[in-house]
Design a protein around this ligand. Structure first.
Ligand SMILES: [Zn+2]
Ligand SMILES: [Zn+2]
Length: 184
C-alpha cells in the first residue's frame, strides 16, 4: 500500500517538474504563463495520467487537489494560459459564466480583445442580463451591410427583392457576394 502511494507521489513530482519546465513566471502579476502548446481556446495543454489535458487543471490537481465533481476552474487573473493554482478557483458553471460576463469589463477589454470597454456607453445591456461590446456589434453590422451590397451587385437585383423571392439568408448573401452561384 505505502509502495503504491510513493509511486503516485513520485509520478506527481515528476509531472510537476515537467509542467514547471514549461512555465514562465510573471513577477508583476504572479501568473505562471504556460509556454507549451495552447489549444484553440487559448488554454495550455499537457499530458497527465496518460491523457492530454488542460494544463491549468493539471496544475490545480497537482498543487491543490481534486477538482470537485461538477465544478469548473475559473481564472481569477483572467489569463487563460496562466497555470498558477492560486489564481484558480473551483466554481459552478453558472458562477463561471456570470464572472466571465462581468470579467470582460474588469479587464477593460471586450472578449475579442480589440476594444476598450472601460468608457461609458461602450457596453450595451441585454434584457437577459448579457452585456456586449457595442463596437463589436457595429463592426458586425457594417460587415453585413457590405456583404448585402456585394450580393446585390452579384445578383443583379436588390437583396430585398431577392429575399422576397427566395427568403432571406445571410449565408446566401455571403455566397452571392463571394461570386458563388445561388438560386435565381
Ligand atoms: Zn494568473
Ligand atoms: Zn469588441
Amino acid at each position: 500500500m505505502s509502495g503504491d502511494i510513493s509511486g503516485v507521489l513520485a509520478y506527481c513530482e515528476a509531472t510537476k517538474k515537467r509542467l514547471m519546465a514549461k512555465v514562465r513566471k510573471d513577477s508583476g502579476t504572479g501568473c505562471w504563463i504556460f509556454t507549451g502548446w495552447l489549444d484553440p481556446g487559448g488554454y495550455g495543454r499537457c499530458s497527465f495520467g496518460g491523457k492530454t489535458q488542460r494544463a491549468h487543471r493539471v496544475s490545480y490537481r497537482l498543487f491543490i487537489g481534486d477538482i470537485p465533481a461538477g465544478l469548473e476552474l475559473d481564472h481569477l487573473c483572467r489569463v487563460r494560459e496562466c497555470v498558477n493554482p492560486h489564481h484558480l478557483e473551483a466554481v459552478t458553471p453558472s458562477q463561471n459564466r456570470l464572472r466571465s460576463r462581468n470579467g470582460f469589463e474588469l479587464s477593460g477589454r471586450c472578449r475579442s480583445g480589440l476594444h476598450d470597454v472601460s468608457q461609458p456607453g461602450a457596453v450595451s445591456s441585454w434584457p437577459n442580463g448579457d452585456r456586449r461590446c457595442r463596437q463589436c456589434r457595429l463592426e458586425r453590422d457594417r460587415d453585413r451591410a457590405k456583404t448585402i451590397k456585394q450580393a446585390r451587385k452579384a445578383l443583379g437585383m436588390t437583396y430585398s427583392e431577392y429575399a422576397a423571392k427566395y427568403g432571406y439568408s445571410m449565408s446566401t448573401a455571403k455566397q452571392a457576394a463571394a461570386g458563388i452561384q445561388v438560386r435565381s
